[in-house]
Design a binder for this molecule. Sequence first.
Ligand code: G3P
Ligand code: MG
Length: 259
Amino acid sequence: MTPNDATGVVWPYPRVVAHRGGGTLAPENTLGALRHGASLGFRGVEFDVMLTGDSTPVLIHDETLERTTDGRGEVARLAYGAIEKFDAGRWLAERWRGERVPMFGEAARLCRELGLWANVEIKPAKGFEAQTGRAVAQMALELWRGAALAPILSSFAPEALAAAKAAVPQLPRGMLVDRIPPDWKARMRSLECVALHCNYKALSVPLLEEIHAAGYGVLVWTVNDPRDAKRLFEWGVDSIVTDRLDLIGPDFVRSPKGA
Ligand code: G3P
Ligand code: MG
């Protein structure tokens, strides 16, 4: 893998990444969403992983089930056997009825089968940061053993990334932030991250140049307007995460519309 001539950063990952599997076109964090993203030609997906009450890593964004399933309660207090019975597709549209909250293992196997690279966001319930970081990293190592391209593990929770690093140092990590903290470089160095994953609104050209000059990749989320996507790629960001799979396609970088 040779470094990008413009930035000097090695970035082997897809440039456009489908947020939560299928963005707004499919129920988030489901197997159906991963299939939908892949069917549209996406080669990279982002999804969120949390531990259930019996320590099963599952794909879900919220700490509670209400928004994205027909169940109720806290993910971290329920066993997977209870959670898997809930419908995780009908909230979006009737045609998605039957989707479940998938286990991380199922999602990883499907990604490999479909040729999807994954940005695995470690999304710990409050109080479970280190436990979730460790469990997700250990499972990811097994699930992607022998894969051409390992997933990047990212998290808003530094404790989760630190635990992932301690358990499986060889899996790449992304420091996920809403705003870029003044001490970003020291934090990234200590967590041995390969990339900064930031809210695209937090980025500026000088900051991007500084981050690239320090040798880190930059992935931005959640970019839903093609004009923003075009500008960010022109600036030189390495990847964008989008909900609008219908507006910002997998080959957007090669043929950016919406100028
Ligand atoms: O990983 C990028 C993005 O997913 C972070 O925010 O809340 O959508 O998980 P959120
Ligand atoms: Mg996420």
